[in-house]
Design a protein around this ligand. Structure first.
Ligand SMILES: *Cc1c(COP(=O)(O)O)cnc(C)c1O
Length: 412
């Protein structure tokens, strides 16, 4: 344990110490990490930083004080609804990230179910086992249960098995666009039909795909329907701080209509300070992140996002082509967007991942089946050749028996 110093420090001293502290951090600017960072270039980053700094101190908890932030939020929600085909009745809010968006959707579904006398004491959610852990986290805190259904042989959700998992306690279904482990978009129209047949709430987790899929589709790549235009979809999450390329923390939660959205907010009066009413989970809301989201979206516009989508699809193609040219390596599944993974036949994937780690790559590892996982953004344009060169060398050493695994577990 350390104690807070008695005397303060100057910025020069602090900057030196912080630069030192980050020396061993991953070199994300050169695309050395396959996770955690979403970077589309210094021009976009600079806009987000300037907007963030401009509203650094402002607090979105106080729309009375900051009409600016209220307008930014309303614009961002409106633009996102437009991209994701919300009807004129659709509504939404800005949140602190995918986890909060999902938490709110789960809570709102639970309270909708309660209001309709559904779900019993422990309401259930049915999801494919590829759905994000945030659903289990939300259910854990909200007194609910998630039934996770194994995906089929094609690694996509088995809709018949999900249908068979529905019980009288079920109130919600989950679909992902895409699901994180294999990067594939769930069959949302089929899940929507299932939800409608049983009068269930279908949430689409488009935390990764929300600000990418519309543009990938526009470019003519195959992209199944997944948004609010699909019958049965009642809520949808899309992360601004991922493929929206905005500042952390920021995401959007959208609802089909006001009748669903009204279950989301919180009001409290039983304390001396009068009515306390908030639209989301957090109290204080970062003005910087709200302003940065607005500025980033408006800076890029649909042409900027389309260009980013084109670059991501091209990086994916180059990596996939290079990887499949290496004997023994194979792609896993058939992903549509920015996530893909590869495994191996007759080669130990864990040993390959260890070898890449030793060469300074922060490797994403899938547990089942063992695979190496990528979450691509344009930052990876710069690393393709270096990566493939290192991978060829590491794979060869594993093939010859010169390199074996240290036995590192797959960790997000
Ligand atoms: C990142 C992610 C989340 C959670 O979002 P956070 O912003 O990390 O809270 C949810 N679902 C998917 C598919 C994700 O990739």
């Amino acid at each position: 344990m350390t104690t807070l110093p008695t005397t303060g420090a100057s910025w020069d001293a602090l900057e030196r110490e912080m630069s030192e502290a980050r020396r061993a951090d991953v070199d994300w600017r050169r695309g050395r990490t396959a996770v955690y960072i979403h970077y589309a270039g210094d021009d976009v980053l600079d806009i987000a930083k300037r907007a963030y700094a401009m509203f650094f101190s402002e607090n979105g908890l106080g729309p009375r004080a900051f009409q600016s932030l209220a307008k930014f939020e309303s614009d961002v929600v409106g633009w996102t609804l437009g991209l994701l085909n919300g009807s004129p009745d659709a509504q939404g809010a800005l949140t602190s990230g995918g986890t909060e968006s999902i938490f709110l959707a789960v809570m709102t579904a639970r309270d909708w179910a309660r209001a309709n006398k559904r779900g019993g004491a422990t309401p259930r959610i049915v999801a494919a086992n590829t759905a994000h852990p945030a659903f289990n986290k939300a259910a854990h805190w909200l007194g609910m249960e998630v039934v996770r259904v194994p995906v089929g042989a094609d690694l996509r959700p088995d809709v018949a098995a999900m249908a068979a998992a529905i019980t009288p306690e079920t109130v919600m279904l989950v679909g992902s666009a895409p699901a994180y482990p294999y990067g594939m978009v769930d069959p949302i129209p089929e899940l929507g039909r299932l939800a409608e047949r049983h009068d269930l709430w279908l949430h689409v987790d488009a935390c990764v795909g929300g600000f990418l899929a519309p543009f990938v589709k526009k470019l003519g790549h195959p992209m199944p329907d997944f948004d609010l235009s699909v019958p049965g979809v009642w809520s949808l999450s899309a992360d601004l701080h991922k493929l929206g390329f905005s500042a952390k923390p920021a995401s959007v939660i959208l609802y089909r209509d006001a009748a669903l959205h009204r279950h989301q907010g919180f009001r409290f009066e039983d304390w001396p300070r009068g009515l306390y009413e908030v639209p989301t989970f957090t109290g204080t809301r970062p003005g910087g992140a709200i302003a940065a989201a607005w500025a980033t979206l408006k800076h890029l516009g649909t042409s900027g996002y389309t260009d980013i989508a084109r670059r991501i699809m091209s990086v994916r193609q180059r990596l996939q082509t290079g990887i499949t040219a290496i004997p023994g390596l194979k792609l896993i599944g058939d992903p549509e967007l920015c996530i893909f993974s590869y495994g191996a036949d007759g080669l130990d994937v864990a040993a390959i991942a260890d070898g890449l780690t030793d060469k300074g790559w922060l490797v994403g590892r899938n547990a089942r089946p063992p695979a190496i996982h990528f979450m691509l953004t344009p930052v990876h344009e710069a690393m393709v050749e270096d990566y493939l060169r290192d991978l060829r060398e590491v794979a060869e050493r594993v093939r010859s028996g010169a390199l074996t695994t240290r036995g590192v577990a797959a960790t997000y």
